[in-house]
Ligand binder design. Structure first.
Ligand SMILES: [Zn+2]
Length: 66
């Protein structure tokens, strides 16, 4: 689905960084190391980092069925 606005564990606002993370690290070519991008975005805690690393964008796949 959509990336959560806040980290489930600590509540830090993370949703604003998703588009940049996807563009820089989650592309198929993999221009940058995802860990370096997360450091650059200021996501230091592993609870926030797992939100991005484990996220799968399914909103466009699922939305026609709602
Ligand atoms: Zn967190």
């Amino acid at each position: 689905m959509m990336v959560p606005v806040r980290c489930f564990t600590c509540g830090k606002v993370i949703g604003e960084h998703w588009e940049e993370f996807k563009a820089r690290a989650a592309s198929k070519e993999g221009d940058e190391d995802p860990a370096a991008v997360l450091d650059d975005l200021g996501l230091d805690r592993h609870c926030c980092r797992r939100m991005f690393v484990s996220h799968q964008d399914l909103v466009d796949v699922v939305s026609p069925y709602q």
